[in-house]
Design a protein around this ligand. Structure first.
Ligand SMILES: NC(=O)c1ccc[n+]([C@@H]2O[C@H](COP(=O)([O-])OP(=O)(O)OC[C@H]3O[C@@H](n4cnc5c(N)ncnc54)[C@H](O)[C@@H]3O)[C@@H](O)[C@H]2O)c1
Ligand SMILES: O=C(O)[C@H](O)[C@H](O)COP(=O)(O)O
Length: 374
């Protein structure tokens, strides 16, 4: 069985070589010829899986994307052609939620404003939005939630409509899929009209898809003095992003919010399980076999540690400013994709065991750290 896999997907040989022969490809440059004799195609978000790519793929029986976003996959075509499909829902929810937490503490430090008391609006309450909601509940903040899809399904009573959220929130963070049509379309959800109405100083974080915010409208409004505080991980037209937007963005990164070692590896593992089910293979490999020990594995905090120190602990594991610096120093010389491919190792909060007292333990555990009694 020939298994074609994106070169940026970790651990494919480790997981899949008992099932078939793994051949790697560059996700931005996959040709229909290369897919012709593949039985299995494993992609990331940068490869459009459509009629053109699959026109010669007569043997293909499984397509997997190691992502939650599926806007790059023509799922209708796959079902018409009876090609099984699997994504990796939730694989990187912790990673993206931790990117947001790191970003919020970085804003708090740089603007010299505590997070406590802030109104934080979460748009999209799926795997990521719910994970973030749980972590943020450990902090002294007020949450405003918007997910009309779940509200209509009866699973989110707290839903408020987006325009109310946008006028009330001090901080807005987007976690919706990219949907181009329909009653709940998200393309340009933050349109020029909506952006123009935001309070000056509102913090806007986008780690969903670039098209969810109208980037050109954002640029023009910022140039005209709309004083938003921006953190953008995703951009319209990746990898050729609007570089003139960069001076207005406090924390900029190259679509890596989900790229913890654990998040990427879970994506591969979920596809391994899905393909195993399809071909009747008994999966016998698990993530813990493959993840290396973290460089920072334990620390002790004293009774003097307070809520105001939480940001320093978070940034010990991941500080979004590292990624912002990498982008600004290298984007014009090395480019967006190079930075994604060579992303430095990032681990999740749970890899740090914090020795602390019982009061501190409940907050830290809710944020995602492992805790041990002092
Ligand atoms: N930056 C990154 O590295 C990164 C990583 C993972 C996911 N993502 C993006 O984030 C998105 C969300 O991820 P997830 O795992 O939470 O997905 P999910 O499918 O679990 O959740 C998405 C939620 O958004 C809601 N939603 C849909 N339309 C909406 C609208 N118009 N307004 C408000 N809510 C709406 C859905 O009801 C759902 O609850 C993905 O689709 C992907 O595009 C980006
Ligand atoms: O949708 C997702 O899950 C993410 O956007 C994904 O993790 C990041 O993109 P990729 O590394 O697959 O290009």
């Amino acid at each position: 069985m020939k298994i074609l896999a994106d070169q940026n997907m970790p651990l494919v040989e480790e997981y899949f070589s008992d099932i078939g022969n793994v051949v790697r490809f560059d996700g931005r440059n996959l040709s229909p010829e290369a897919v012709r004799d593949a039985d299995v195609l494993l992609v990331r978000s940068v490869t459009p899986v459509n009629a053109e790519l699959l026109k010669q793929a007569v043997k293909l029986k499984f397509v997997g994307t190691a992502t939650i976003g599926i806007d790059h996959v023509d799922t209708e075509l796959l079902s018409q052609r009876q090609i099984a499909f699997s994504s990796a829902p939730g694989c990187n929810a912790i990673a993206v939620a931790e990117y947001v937490i790191s970003t919020l503490f970085a804003f708090s430090q740089e603007l010299n404003e505590p997070l406590s008391g802030k109104k934080i609006g979460i748009i999209g309450l799926g795997n990521i939005g719910e994970c973030l909601r749980h972590k943020l509940a450990a902090l002294d903040v007020e949450l405003l939630l918007c997910d009309p899809v779940r509200h209509e399904q009866g699973s989110l009573d707290e839903h408020i409509d987006i325009d109310t959220l946008l006028t009330e929130a001090d901080i807005i963070t987007c976690h919706v899929p990219l949907v181009k049509t329909g009653a709940h379309a998200t393309k340009h959800l933050l349109s020029e009209k909506r952006l123009a109405k935001l309070k000056p100083g509102t913090i806007v974080v986008n780690a969903s898809r670039g098209d969810v915010i109208d980037n050109q409208a954002l640029l023009h409004l910022m140039q005209r003095g709309l004083g938003l505080e921006l953190a953008l991980d995703v951009w319209e037209n990746e990898p050729n992003i609007a570089l003139d937007l960069l001076p207005f963005v406090r924390f900029a990164s190259v679509h890596i919010a989900g790229h913890t070692l654990e998040g990427k590896a879970r994506g591969t593992e979920m596809l391994y399980q899905a393909l195993s089910r399809l071909v009747g293979f008994q999966p016998d490999k698990t993530l813990t076999q493959f993840l290396p020990n973290p460089a920072l594995d334990k620390c002790t905090i004293s009774n003097e540690f307070e809520m105001t120190d939480l940001g320093r602990l978070v940034h010990l594991i991941y500080d979004v400013r590292r990624d912002d610096g990498l982008l600004r120093r290298n984007i014009t010389t090395k480019g967006f994709d190079y930075l994604r491919k060579n992303y430095p190792v990032r681990r999740e909060f749970s890899t740090l065991a914090v020795e602390c007292n019982t009061l501190q333990a409940s907050t830290l555990a809710q944020l995602g750290f492992t805790t041990r009694p002092i």
